[in-house]
Design a protein around this ligand. Structure first.
Ligand SMILES: [Zn+2]
Length: 1023
């Protein structure tokens, strides 16, 4: 059977993990689409078919697609996958008339373009693709899907590339013999090509050893396309040199052997066309956007040598001056302070920038285009210094991005508070738009993909790249093996920003998402493969290690340690050891155990635990055993233990877990422990394997014939149990144990006596394992005491437990609504009804709960529909609600005749056009009522696919979505084989999602009035 719970939302296609790097594969790694939003898919087999319109003899194609529903369009990025196209081609892509990412990721299965956020004001979008040449476009299919998680967004190219990147190139021995002090780089840009003419570099270095005779710079000759014209020393004397085109070294013979501390200067004149064979595309690019040109560079990790000779090794920082000449109308953005813009003749200008803070070569960047500047000012924390902060954006994006400084300045102030003053305060912080979908944290001038600042600069990518100015740029990892010192910090900063901006809940959600996105266990954080930029290691595990370190040290020591680390290593480079020492200094003792486990080691602990309470003299002690059941070594960690009472009041204790099998005693005084959770806030990268007992299922809650006893029945979840615990409440908020002692494991029912007339009672049950470990709680079922007409609530909703392993109170919410009308009720499962334990004929109405039930869980299976048919034929009353009933029974034809003849409806559409408001029809039972059900914002739950239906067989519409599309029907009369008149109300969305509760209750009372109950609150004046 098929379950289409999430339909387009969860696309179950074959999953191949490890999309990052996999050597020389013959085929591309598939992109896992599960959990992503699909905008369209021209192959049509995933339910979002879109029609391609071909124009200009196939040289241009176009397709339209609607905005995805219920998505925060200002915060969701998408990718376009052009499958089967020759990845060497580069067709131009336009979204809603604007060009997008012109540096697509080349994959073995085609091209992948980053798409910007969809403009929320546009509901139907147009995508166009134009052939880059005169040939018709040739490809297999197009699909577009949402990006998942910050790693894909921030390092789009890395995340989707299926081509293994090069590893750190070897150092020339002479590079250990001198220190780079200063670069003075002069370039003339040709906006229409990647040719560099008349480029020159003045290099100043200092010998760090005696007898230095040779200085090697890194330089990629691109098979001879990049040439050295001359190299001269500072007196103009030519120096001899050679090029090692295997290792990409420029070997320069110094005029005389130098001694330690002697400085030397030489000038290299060069020109040519840089290699395009960069790790993620060409390091030097000349492209266009919206009819204008842009030149930009992207050198990380080893691409600087492609366009300028330099000592391209992160451990050696230097300062740099740049003199960049370009034709009028273009603006150059590069590192450091802009000192001058001078006329250079022939309609050109020269931009002179000076980066006076030490910088590594991969952070040297040029962005040049017809930018529009969003200008702002940052004032230092001490109030003494002001600095320019701004965004250079493409003019066509100005409106969308003009408020980007809001988030930028907000995050900047936060990071200044957390880490210390902004590192490049004498200069600036800006971003400049470039054409690819990865951001890059160039020092003082981050390069940003288009429209990533919209609407207010709070996008995680903006936050991430800004944080890199502290960690990555000011402190740079000394070697790529320690890349997590850059990326782990920047990734964790995203969560820190959301913690500040949206609170603790958002913070924990953000962090938890890293685990679901995937954190690798198999590669140590510090390793020679760190420069493969594995998102699951250096980014997410790196961030998680900081997260754990924060919990181990506590906020009051962790953040000061980060400040000390930053203060000590700013403007230089660091290794993991340096961070460890700064943390230990404030922690007060060695953290070697932590770093060995989490940074240099692999794996994660799996915890299993059980607990009991021992009471003596009114005081209780928790006896807790924690066992690490994974096969590897011990993980020593402080572990949070949260102990709660029956109503959720809790205290958190910390135990120091340093044995694989360990017993703890926690004195809880007179606190009445009911639940115990390990690491409830998910501070530890771990797994759980606690064998809790399988949860029992409540079968029914029924009032005894004496009107004073409740009979609670259940079925066991299977397996051995140590017994059951039932809890009871009359208000769904304050619970007590229905029986102080644990109920015998062989028992399947419980009688509660001495009920008060006219009152609600709700029950839940859980089992205990043989070691006392509780299962999760069951659903909540109830009854109301009292005589007179009576309702049976049938809970037919199983999906929530199946999907999420959780329970639901929806049957109880129906009960409260019935009770609010002064009517008594019992509750049972649909299975109890099928088994004949309950006879519908004993009740004056059935209220059937189907919520979001779907095919796989049986929306009125044949037995149930037979019971309902007999009941209605015999003059019964049925109220049923659920979002998928029509889709399942009629559209999927799992009960079309029952649907049309007994639910008196026909299915029309699988969603309500995004409408979550309802109007009662004139003359219908809800006449005069207007109300809403949950559109995802009311905190109940979000039914994504409420059916639109049509009346059938004499029914009439009683409720319409937005007053237009039928959302509910009513019927009174004979059913097909009826002997006396029955009544029916069917709502095509879940009743429990109506809010507020007072409205929900009124809806129920009107239904019961229609059923002839003379509900307590009857009389339409009441409503
Ligand atoms: Zn980063």
């Amino acid at each position: 059977m098929k379950d289409e719970y999430n339909k387009m939302k969860k696309l179950l296609i074959p999953v191949i993990l490890g999309i990052f790097f996999s050597g020389s594969l013959a085929v591309a790694e598939s992109i896992d689409l599960e959990g992503r939003i699909l905008l369209f898919d021209t192959s049509g087999n995933k339910g979002k078919k879109a029609k391609i319109v071909s124009m200009d003899q196939g040289r241009k194609i176009s397709l339209g697609f609607p905005s995805p529903e219920k998505t925060d369009l200002t915060d969701t990025l998408f990718a376009l996958h052009v499958k089967g196209i020759d990845p060497q081609l580069k067709p131009l892509v336009f979204l809603d008339g604007k060009s997008v990412d012109s540096s697509p990721v080349r994959r073995k299965d085609g091209l992948l373009y980053g798409l910007p956020c969809l403009a929320p004001e546009i509901t139907r979008h147009t995508l166009e693709i134009k052939s880059p040449d005169d040939k018709p476009l040739s490809f297999e299919s197009l699909d577009a899907f949402s990006l998942s998680g910050s790693f894909e967004e921030i390092h789009f190219d890395i995340a989707f590339s299926d081509v293994r990147i090069a590893s750190q190139p070897p150092k020339h021995p002479s590079q250990d013999g001198y220190d780079a002090l200063h670069y003075d780089l002069t370039l003339e840009l040709d906006m229409f090509s990647t040719n560099l003419d008349n480029a020159s570099l003045v290099f100043t270095g200092r010998a760090t050893q005696d007898n230095l005779q040779l200085a090697a710079l890194d330089f990629h000759p691109n098979g001879g396309a990049m040439t050295i014209k001359s190299i001269q020393d500072d007196s103009g004397t030519p120096l001899s040199y050679s090029i090692d085109s295997f290792s990409n070294w420029l070997l320069i013979t110094l005029p005389e052997a130098l001694s330690t501390s002697e400085t030397f200067t030489f000038t290299i004149d060069y020109s040519g066309r840089p290699s395009t064979a960069g790790v993620w595309g060409a390091p030097y690019r000349s492209e266009s956007h919206d009819g204008s040109r842009v030149i930009y560079t992207f050198s990380q990790p080893y691409g600087a040598r492609h366009w300028w000779p330099c000592k391209d090794i992160p451990e050696d920082k230097a300062t740099i001056d740049t003199h960049i000449t370009v034709e009028d109308g273009y603006f150059v953005v590069t590192n450091g302070k802009l000192l001058s813009i001078e006329e250079a003749g022939e309609g050109k200008r020269t931009f002179h920038y000076s980066e006076t803070y030490p910088i590594v070569t991969y952070l040297v960047s040029i962005c040049c285009s017809n930018y529009k500047y969003v200008s702002g000012v940052y004032t230092s924390k001490d109030g003494a210094t002001t600095m320019s902060v701004g965004h250079y954006v493409y003019p066509e994006n100005y409106e969308a991005e003009k408020n980007g400084l809001i988030g930028t300045l907000e995050a900047m102030h936060l990071f200044v508070d957390l880490f210390g003053e902004y590192p490049f305060l004498r200069e600036k912080y800006v971003t400049a738009t470039h054409n690819t979908s990865s951001g890059m944290e160039h020092q003082t001038c981050t390069s940003m993909p288009e429209r990533n600042l919209s609407p207010d600069g709070r996008h995680r990518r903006n936050v991430h790249e800004l944080c890199h100015q502290w960690f990555g740029d000011s402190i740079t990892m000394e070697h790529y093996d320690h890349l997590w010192l850059n990326e782990g910090f920047a990734t964790y900063s995203e969560a820190l920003y959301y913690e500040y901006y949206q609170g603790e809940g958002a913070f924990h959600n953000y962090v938890d998402n890293w685990v679901s996105t995937g954190i690798s266990d198999t590669i140590p954080l510090v390793s020679s493969s760190a420069d493969q930029f594995y998102g699951s290691v250096v980014y997410r595990k790196g961030a998680w290690v900081l997260h754990m370190l924060r919990h181990v040290m506590g906020n009051d020591r962790f953040f000061p340690a980060l400040r000390n680390y930053y203060a000590k290593y700013a403007y230089t480079t660091a290794l993991t050891d340096d961070l460890q020492k700064e943390c230990e200094a404030l922690y007060g003792e060695s953290l070697d155990w932590f770093f060995q486990e989490w940074v240099y080691g692999t794996g994660r602990p799996t915890y299993s635990w059980n607990w009991t309470v021992e009471e003596t003299d009114g005081s209780s002690v928790i006896k807790l055993n924690i066992t690490q059941t994974h096969s590897g070594g011990l993980f020593t960690m402080p572990v949070d233990v949260k102990i709660s009472d029956i109503n959720g009041n809790s205290s958190t204790y910390v135990v120091w877990n340093d044995q694989k099998n360990q017993d703890f005693e926690i004195d809880i005084g007179d606190f009445e422990a009911f639940d115990l959770e390990i690491d409830p806030d998910n501070w530890i990268l771990n797994r759980f394997s606690t064998a809790s007992a399988p949860a029992p299922t409540l079968e029914s809650v029924k009032l005894g014939s004496d009107d004073k006893t409740a009979l609670v029945s259940w079925v066991s979840g299977g397996g051995a149990t140590g017994g059951f615990q039932i809890i009871v409440t009359d208000d769904l908020s304050t619970w007590t144990l229905a029986s102080k002692s644990v109920i015998d494991p062989a028992t399947r029912s419980f009688t509660m006596k001495n009920l008060i007339p006219g009152k609600d009672y709700y029950f839940r049950i859980r089992s205990l394992s043989t070691t006392g470990q509780p299962s999760i709680m069951s659903d909540t079922y109830g009854l109301r005491t009292g005589s007179g007409k009576k309702v049976l609530i049938v809970d037919g909703y199983d999906r929530q437990a199946r999907e999420d392993g959780v329970n639901h109170p929806w049957a109880a919410w129906h009960g409260r609504a019935v009770s609010s009308c002064g009517i008594s009720f019992d509750t049972c499962t649909n299975e109890a009804l099928q088994a004949g334990t309950f006879a519908p004929s004993d009740y004056d109405a059935l209220v059937w709960v189907l919520s979001e039930e779907s095919t796989v869980d049986d929306t009125f299976n044949s037995v149930e529909s037979g019971i309902v048919e007999d009941y209605l034929d015999g003059g019964g009353r049925l109220f049923v609600s659920g979002a998928e009933i029509g889709w399942d029974l009629d559209y999927k034809n799992n009960g079309r005749s029952f649907y049309s003849n007994y639910l008196k409806s026909r299915y029309e559409r699988d969603d309500s056009y995004g409408i979550y408001t309802l109007e009662g029809t004139a003359g219908g039972i809800f006449d005069g009522m207007n109300f809403s059900f949950d559109d995802g914002s009311a905190g109940i739950y979000f039914p994504q696919y409420p059916d639109v239906i049509r009346t059938n067989g004499g029914s009439s519409a009683c409720l319409k979505y937005g007053g237009t599309y039928v959302a509910g029907i009513q019927f009174a009369g004979l059913f097909p084989e009826g002997t006396s008149g029955g009544r029916l109300v069917y709502l095509a969305f879940p009743f429990e999602t109506i809010y507020p509760e007072s409205t929900r209750n009124r809806v129920m009372c009107r239904v019961l009035d229609f059923f002839g109950f003379e509900a307590k609150k009857s009389g339409y004046f009441f409503y």
